[in-house]
Design a protein around this ligand. Structure first.
Ligand code: GCW
Length: 672
């Protein structure tokens, strides 16, 4: 089966490719190549030399190119005012000419893809002069891809889309066409950085930094034309495992020298290398704690080596005790990142980016926003999302995450209108959901999550439903052969609310987990993690359920928020329903704001959730004959699995809580 075109099928270039297009400026080869291919296919013309307004429909030019080739472009430059910046562009249309100006080839490329999104409207509707710039400076994907196949995790840790597009069986794949196509898709949504290996760094992967650097350089060469810089996950123990030193102590002179030399060599090979990603002292990965040093010491060591070359360290804040005793109620994994990192605010070098998972525990379908994001004003922060659907259906379930991310980005830590999470972080990072699957993501509809991640990183204020609409439009819709209106309406009906549907049939009221440890976190197992060492408990007993994280009687986690939210979460009366069991341990007959009791809410949402998934499947089936057959079948098959799995969730959860509480369903539905 050939690789699916995702959101850039040839048809998405019809409007642009049927025009007379002037491409002007040096180093704009990627744009020129896109335009040339589009025009060859759709009957347009490409021009490279100055002409009059009457000879051209679209001008794509670098702003500083003097003189600008067309009068309309000169006028646009006048009107544009302030420069659009490294990645921005200015778009205007008056008379019969559309003009796009940028300061850099990458800005021009982003502008080109913006025109693709606008389609015919870019050439028919007057566009007032408008400057477009990304809200966040780095928009990055982390691949948890292993070079060698890991005995438990496989080629891609938490990967649900086949093998890696970069690595196979211990070596680089050298499938440059596929990587190039990936770069193109990413550029079309504004992603500008990528890390190419897992944050859990094995012995083979460690060597990407040294004797296997050529493989990384090859990827960097392919992605560079798309404005994407390559980063590498490195092991903190590299001076020992690669350099043969007796220690990796960040205060040791030899260690510092080793990192400086090694990093210089990386830059000699890859001049625009992005930097390092580090998971240290976390889930068995080595880190500064082994030497009695802090995370600031550790991060600064690498930052110092990268600084002369303009590189950054992404230092992950995902640090917690993963050998907890379930009987110990005072230790709280949710507190860990704040407790470890907030005291270090101000101690990190300026080229350290602290990469903070969106929630305090671990990529759950519902968690409060990490309080770390509101507590480190003197540190550069990135919020980390998980596009790969580890805890949200593993790309077997439809779960459009745009609304969830939009809620996270729009969260107001100080409850004041001005400052949202998107204003506090300088970057957005996510774990990629892509593999060598012909549909890129295993589930064809999971492409929408990758698309939405890029678009929301560019502009966090975008409406996630409108973003979904863009994706549907560009994907045209996925392989559609007609009746696009019906396909669009159906996709919205299936996807718009799919994250909330997923939430309904899984762990209730923000308590999290209840996933099966033996099936790699897929499917329900209410007590699967209850007596384990990982610190993820729900504490259900015959009287009640939930984790008391209040200051008054619990772990004190609620106190890590600025005063407004600290009070809301502390108070049983004010805590939002969807997070109730994250913050409070309550009896089953506790009445929610919704008016329902906790136990009845559990039953109701689980019955409703399954019914909604059945409706999704029904809706999809009605599209038979309207879509590419292979795609139709892939989604249909996954929806069958989603119905099966959601039913399993419903029955496991409802039975568990019925047996614990002894309270029957008020509506007498079957609970086993
Ligand atoms: O959610 C957990 C995953 C691990 C992952 C870890 C992390 C890469 O189950 O597979 O390890 O998070 O974010 O480091």
């Amino acid at each position: 089966m050939s690789v699916h075109a995702a959101w850039l099928p040839a048809e998405s270039f019809v409007a642009l490719g049927s025009r007379r297009v002037l491409v002007h400026g040096d180093g704009v080869d990627t744009v020129l190549d896109e335009v040339t291919r589009a025009c060859a296919r759709h009957g347009g013309q490409v021009r490279r030399s100055p002409c009059g307004d009457a000879d051209v429909d679209l001008v794509l030019a670098l702003r500083q190119a003097v003189p600008l080739p067309v009068p309309a472009a000169q006028a646009a430059r006048q009107a544009a005012g302030e420069p659009p910046g490294d990645e921005g562009f200015v778009l205007t249309r008056s008379g019969d000419v559309t003009v796009l100006l940028a300061d850099t080839p990458t800005g021009l490329l982003y502008g080109l893809f913006h025109l693709v999104r606008l389609g015919a409207a870019a050439f028919t509707v007057d566009q007032p002069t408008r400057r477009h710039r990304p809200a966040l400076r780095r928009r990055m994907l982390d691949h948890w891809d292993n070079v060698s196949v890991h005995p438990v995790m496989g080629q891609v840790e938490r990967g649900y889309a086949g093998g890696s597009i970069f690595w196979r069986d211990g070596a680089a794949r050298h499938d440059l066409a596929r990587i190039r196509e990936y770069g193109r898709l990413l550029a079309a949504v504004g992603i500008n950085a990528i890390s190419v290996n897992n944050v859990n760094v094995g012995p083979v992967e460690a060597r990407l930094l040294t004797d296997r650097l050529d493989d990384v350089a090859e990827i960097a060469d392919v992605l560079r034309p798309y404005g994407i810089r390559v980063h590498l996950s490195v092991t903190f123990a590299a001076p020992v495992v690669l350099g043969g030193l007796p220690t990796a102590d960040p205060r040791d002179e030899q260690v510092r020298a080793w990192w400086a030399t090694t990093t210089r060599q990386v830059y000699e090979r890859i001049g625009d290398f992005g930097g390092y990603v580090v998971k240290a002292d976390s889930e068995g990965q080595p880190g500064p704690f082994s030497y009695g040093r802090s995370h600031a010491d550790g991060a600064n060591l690498l930052a110092e080596a990268l600084a002369p070359h303009g590189g950054v360290v992404h230092w992950r804040a995902f640090v917690y005790n993963h050998h907890q005793d379930w009987r110990d109620r005072s230790t709280d994994r949710a507190r860990a990142a704040y407790d470890h990192f907030v005291p270090l605010d101000g101690d990190f070098r300026t080229n350290v980016v602290l990469q903070v998972k969106y929630g305090p525990v671990d990529f759950q379908p519902r968690e409060p926003v990490s309080p770390v994001l509101a507590a480190m004003p003197a540190t550069r922060l990135a919020m980390e999302l998980q596009v790969t659907q580890e805890y949200t259906g593993q790309q077997r379930h439809v779960c459009y995450l745009g609304p969830w991310w939009s809620e996270l980005l729009g969260f107001r830590p100080w409850q004041t209108p001005e400052r949202t999470v998107a204003d506090v972080v300088t970057e957005l990072v996510a774990v990629s959901n892509v593999g060598d699957d012909p549909f890129w993501c295993g589930h064809p509809l999971a492409q929408a999550n990758l698309y939405a991640f890029g678009r929301l990183a560019w502009d966090p204020r975008l409406d996630p439903t409108a973003v979904l609409d863009e994706w549907i439009d560009l994907t045209s819709p996925p392989g559609s052969t007609g009746d696009t209106g019906r396909v669009r309406a159906t996709l919205h009906a299936i996807m718009d609310d799919s994250w909330r549907t997923y939430e309904r049939y899984t762990a209730p009221l923000g308590v999290g987990f209840m996933v099966d440890p033996l099936r790699h976190h897929y499917g329900p197992n209410v007590d699967g993690y209850e007596y384990s060492r990982w610190g993820t408990y729900h504490f259900a007993d015959r009287d009640g359920v939930g984790v008391d994280r209040t200051r008054a009687t619990g772990t004190g986690y609620a106190g890590q928020y600025p005063p407004g939210w600290a009070q809301v979460y502390e108070s049983l009366a004010d805590c939002p329903d969807e997070l109730l069991l994250f913050f409070h341990h309550v009896p089953y007959d506790h009445v929610l704001h919704s008016g329902s009791t906790v136990i009845q809410h559990i039953y109701d949402t689980h019955f409703t959730g399954v019914a909604q998934v059945e409706t999704m499947r029904e809706r999809w089936r009605q599209l038979a004959g309207l879509l590419d057959q292979a795609l139709f079948e892939r989604v249909a098959e996954r929806l069958d699995e989603q119905v099966r799995s959601a039913t399993e969730w419903r029955d496991q959860i409802n039975t568990y809580f019925f047996r614990k509480s002894g309270v029957p369903d008020a509506h007498g539905r079957p609970i086993h």
